[in-house]
Design a protein around this ligand. Structure first.
Ligand SMILES: [Zn+2]
Length: 154
């Protein structure tokens, strides 16, 4: 597992409560990776290589950016007026659940391509107390994934 920290803004389109306002979080994303074999050194994937790949993608697309739902024209319009403008359009609301899902299903296969390793679980912490995660349901037979969220008491 490699942990990556980043800052991003978002709003939950149609939330009806305070989360539909622009705001941001200091996110923590945990990437759980598996491989079928270890190399001669004993690694599934070098931690520094894993970091370079997933952090590289996050730095380029999400860090210090706004995550916006594709149907949220109002937010896209507003953010487009800011110069320089930086936002990332997602096919669903940018909840922690959907961010974990996107990282697991869209980002990781691309970022880990050619390494022989694959992400089987991504956990996105929105606060110190709350995370959501997406995971590959059956790690050998299918690519079905599920999403869950949890709030813990510290
Ligand atoms: Zn939020």
């Amino acid at each position: 597992m490699r942990r990556i920290k980043f800052c991003a803004g978002h709003r939950l389109f149609g939330h009806g409560g305070k989360c539909e306002h622009f705001h941001g979080h200091n996110y923590v994303a945990d990437f759980f990776v598996q491989g079928d074999s270890q190399d001669d050194v004993g690694r599934v994937l070098d931690f520094s290589d894993l970091k370079k790949r997933v952090k590289g993608w996050i730095d380029e697309h999400w860090d210090h950016s706004f995550l916006i739902r594709d149907t949220d024209e109002n937010a896209k319009q507003a953010l487009s007026m800011v110069v320089p403008s930086r936002f990332f359009v997602m096919p669903y609301n940018p909840t922690a659940e959907n961010m974990a899902k996107y990282l697991l299903e869209e980002m990781c296969p691309e970022a880990l391509q050619g390494t022989g390793a694959r992400a089987v679980r991504v956990r996105v912490w929105e606060t110190d107390e709350s995370f959501a995660e997406a995971a590959i349901q059956n790690q050998h037979d299918s690519d079905d994934s599920y999403v869950t969220s949890e709030t813990i008491s510290l």
